[in-house]
Design a binder for this molecule. Structure first.
Ligand code: AMP
Ligand code: ZN
Length: 472
C-alpha cells in the first residue's frame, strides 16, 4: 500500500501520516460554521476538502473520529476582540432572537452538507453547550499565570508563550515596532480575549455567570475546550481554512499548549480560499456571496459544485465563475453517461489490470489528496478494456473517496433550507423594512410587507423583533 502523505502547515512540508502505535482511530477536529448567516460556497469548499480527507483516511483502512463545532456565540466581527458579536448582528439583521438565528442557520448548513454528500462527523458540538468546559480551561490558564484582567475581559498574555509566533511565522518584534493596532488595555498586540464581560449598560442576549463576572467566552477558547473534551489533549489532525492560520489557530495552539503542556495537534491542514473575479475571497461579512441554494435555484446540481471543487487541489485558490461551474456540469454529465449504465452491476476488483487502476487511484488520493489526478484516473479507467462488472466495482471503490454519488442514480435536489424562498432576499427586505419603520416611513414598510406576502412569506412583529415563515 502506498504511504499516506499529507501537507502539514506546522512544518510547511508534505509528511507521511502514520497513526501512533496502539491508537485505534484518527482524531480530527475541524472548525465549523459561525451560524449567523448561510454558509457560502467558499465555506463549503473547505468542508468538501475536509470530507475528502476523512474519506481518504478511511480508504486507507483507518478509523476516524471526526469532530466539528458550531460557533453560536463569541465570534466578534473583528479578529482584534472588538466589534459586535456576529450572532447578535445576525439577530438584528433578521429580526429574530440569537437562538432562532443559530437554529435556523444550523439547519440550513445541515441541508447543504447533506446535498453535497459530505459525511456526517462523529460529533457536532455547539459552543453554547460547552460554556463550563471553556470556563474550566480559562481557569487552568489563570492558575498557571497566563492571563490578565482588563476592564472588558480576561486576556491571554501571548508574551508568556515563547513559541506564539512560530506557527504562522509571525515576526512578533516587528509587529510590536510597527503596530498601529488600537490595543486598548491589551499588553501585547497579539493578546486575545478568553472571556469578555457583558456591557454594563445593556443586557446581552447570550451571557453566563463565571468566576470573573457575567459575560461570554472569547471565540478561540471554544475550539480548544471542545477538541480536548471530545478528542483528548493531542489531536492527530486539525483543519480549517487558511484564514484561520494567523489568528484563530495560532491562539488555539497558545491556549491548549500552555494549559496542557503537550502539542495540540500533530498535523494542521488548511483549505485555500474560493475567490471570485470581484474579490480575492468570498466572505459572509461583505454580504455578497453565493450559497448552494442559489446554485440549485439556478438549475445546478450540488454535485456540479462538488466536482468543480475536486478539479483543483485544496491548497490552491479556486476561482469561481459560472463558466467554470458550467464546465464542471458538462464533465459530470459526460462522466455519468459512462457510469450510469454500470450502476448495480455487482462484481469485484479481481483482475490484475483492475487492481492496477485501484493502486493508481489510491496513490493519487494518498498523495496529499490529489483529487484532480484521481478524477483523471477515473476517466482513463472508464476508457480501458475492462469487464463492465469490474468497471462498476472500481467506480464504487473510487466514489467512496470522491463522494460524487456515481454508484447511484443522480438524485433530484430542490433548494432546501427555506422551502424554495430566497432567504437572503427575505432578510434584505426585512432589514430594509426595519429601517423604514425606524424612520416612520410606513409607505415603504407596507410596500415591503406586500412584496413579502407575494413571495408567500408571513411576518410577525414581536417584542424581540420580526420573525418570518413561509406559508405552507
Ligand atoms: P466561518 O463560518 O466564517 O467561521 O467559516 C467556516 C469555514 O470556512 C472556516 O474553515 C473558514 O476558514 C472557511 N472559509 C471562510 N471563507 C472561505 C472562502 N472564501 N473559501 C474557502 N474557505 C473559506
Ligand atoms: Zn476553531
Amino acid at each position: 500500500m502506498p504511504e499516506l502523505r499529507l501537507y502539514n502547515t506546522a512544518t510547511r512540508r508534505v509528511e507521511p501520516f502514520i497513526l501512533p502505535e496502539g491508537q485505534p482511530e484518527v482524531r480530527i477536529y475541524c472548525c465549523g460554521p459561525t451560524v449567523y448567516h448561510f454558509a457560502h460556497i467558499g465555506n463549503l469548499r473547505t468542508y468538501i476538502f475536509e470530507d475528502i480527507l476523512r474519506r481518504t483516511l478511511q480508504y486507507n483502512g483507518l478509523k476516524v473520529k471526526h469532530v466539528v463545532n458550531i460557533t453560536d456565540v463569541g465570534h466578534l466581527t473583528s479578529d482584534e476582540d472588538s466589534g459586535e458579536d456576529k450572532m447578535e448582528k445576525g439577530a438584528a439583521r433578521t429580526g429574530k432572537t440569537v437562538w432562532e438565528v443559530a437554529d435556523f442557520y444550523t439547519q440550513a448548513f445541515m441541508k447543504d452538507i447533506e446535498h453535497l454528500n459530505i459525511l456526517q462527523p462523529s460529533v457536532w458540538c455547539k459552543a453554547t453547550d460547552h460554556i463550563q468546559e471553556q470556563i474550566d480551561l480559562v481557569k487552568t490558564l489563570e492558575d498557571k499565570g497566563y492571563t490578565y484582567r482588563t476592564s472588558d475581559g480576561i486576556y491571554f498574555d501571548s508574551s508568556k508563550f515563547s513559541r506564539y509566533g512560530d506557527f504562522a511565522r509571525i515576526d512578533i518584534d516587528g509587529l510590536k515596532d510597527g503596530s498601529r493596532i488600537d490595543m486598548g488595555e491589551k499588553k501585547n498586540p497579539t493578546d486575545f480575549a478568553l472571556w469578555k464581560f457583558s456591557p454594563t449598560d445593556k443586557k446581552r442576549a447570550m451571557e453566563w455567570p463565571s468566576p470573573w463576572g457575567v459575560g461570554f467566552p472569547g471565540w478561540h477558547i471554544e475550539c480548544s475546550a471542545m477538541a480536548q473534551k471530545h478528542l483528548g489533549q493531542t489531536l492527530d489532525i486539525h483543519c480549517g481554512g487558511t484564514d484561520h492560520i494567523r489568528v484563530h489557530h495560532t491562539n488555539e495552539i497558545a491556549q491548549s499548549e500552555c494549559a496542557n503542556e503537550k502539542p495540540f495537534a500533530r498535523f494542521w491542514m488548511h483549505g485555500e480560499f474560493l475567490r471570485t473575479a470581484a474579490s480575492d475571497k468570498m466572505s459572509k461579512s461583505s454580504g455578497e456571496f453565493l450559497t448552494l441554494d442559489v446554485l440549485i435555484r439556478d438549475g445546478y446540481h450540488p454535485m456540479d459544485y462538488r466536482l468543480l471543487a475536486l478539479t483543483s487541489h485544496y491548497r490552491n485558490y479556486l476561482n469561481f465563475s459560472f463558466e467554470a461551474l458550467d464546465n464542471a456540469r458538462e464533465s459530470l454529465r459526460s462522466l455519468r453517461k459512462k457510469t450510469d449504465p454500470l450502476i448495480g452491476q455487482g462484481g469485484s476488483i479481481g483482475s490484475a489490470k483492475a487492481k492496477e487502476w485501484q493502486a493508481k487511484f489510491r496513490e493519487a488520493v494518498s498523495d496529499d489528496l490529489n483529487t484532480s489526478k484521481a478524477l483523471g484516473i477515473l476517466n482513463l479507467m472508464l476508457k480501458d478494456d475492462l469487464q463492465d462488472y469490474e468497471k462498476s466495482a472500481l467506480v464504487r471503490d473510487f466514489d467512496s473517496v470522491l463522494g460524487l454519488g456515481l454508484a447511484q442514480p443522480l438524485t433530484v435536489v430542490r433548494e432546501a433550507s427555506t422551502n424554495s424562498v430566497d432567504a437572503t432576499k427575505v432578510e434584505a427586505l426585512l432589514a430594509e423594512r426595519a429601517t423604514a419603520r425606524k424612520n416612520k416611513d410606513f409607505k415603504t414598510s407596507d410596500r415591503i410587507r406586500d412584496e413579502l406576502a407575494a413571495m408567500n412569506v408571513v411576518i410577525k412583529d414581536g417584542p424581540t423583533g420580526t420573525t418570518w415563515e413561509v406559508k405552507s
